[in-house]
Design a protein around this ligand. Structure first.
Ligand code: PLP
Length: 184
């Protein structure tokens, strides 16, 4: 299966032994995505939401339709919940600043893990409210210390937000998958 999957990523044709765990903006690109981006720039490109000429209307529709596809893919209740950002960092900044402005109080705690990428650390330090950042530890094996995590969730249950990061789920430094279902 992995062999077939690898065939879909052109980078492996020139780098057959490559092992690459990086995600977000640096994630490897699959052939269908490269083709779609290429086709768009080559044959379909126009401003979206800003023109009534044919190219613009068609691309606006395709752009909006992609909200629907993503919404279905992640099982979101509505495509109106989809907000596209230009990067993972921008997305997390948006979440942290909106939560802080509308829901946090000074002294609230945000629970992260020591596995987080910078993109999920810095935004929490920059929010408007004076929050405390609490960190769940990892074991020497690189696995999350679930007891520490659970303890910290329960200790602060009345006033903390547990932010289960997508980023830490598959830890790209060591390729470890964290068993978050254990704490559900
Ligand atoms: C796991 C992970 N999270 C976040 C980022 C930051 O992503 P972006 O450049 O999309 O903000 C990266 C960068 O590659 C990453 O590997």
């Amino acid at each position: 299966m992995i062999k077939n999957l690898k065939k879909r990523f052109p980078v492996f044709t020139k780098n057959p032994n490559l092992v690459f765990f990086d995600t977000a903006a640096s994630a490897l690109k699959v052939d269908s995505m490269i083709k779609a981006v290429n086709d768009c720039y080559a044959y379909e490109y126009a401003n979206i939401h800003r023109g009534i000429y044919e190219l613009s209307s068609k691309l606006t529709k395709r752009y909006e339709d992609s909200r629907l596809s993503v919404s279905k893919f992640i099982n979101s209740p509505s495509c109106e919940n989809m907000i596209f950002t230009k990067s993972a960092t921008e997305g997390i900044n948006l979440v942290s600043s909106c939560l802080s402005d509308n829901y946090f109080n000074d002294g609230d705690e945000v629970l992260l893990t020591s596995l987080e990428h910078h993109a999920n650390l810095v935004p929490w330090h920059l929010v408007s409210k004076k929050i405390k950042i609490v960190t769940a530890q990892i074991k020497s094996s690189g696995e999350l210390d679930y007891n520490d995590l659970i303890e910290k969730i329960y200790k602060n249950i009345h006033y903390s937000l547990y932010y289960q990061s997508q980023q830490a789920h598959l830890w790209y430094l060591m390729g470890l998958i964290q068993l978050f279902f254990l704490i559900e």
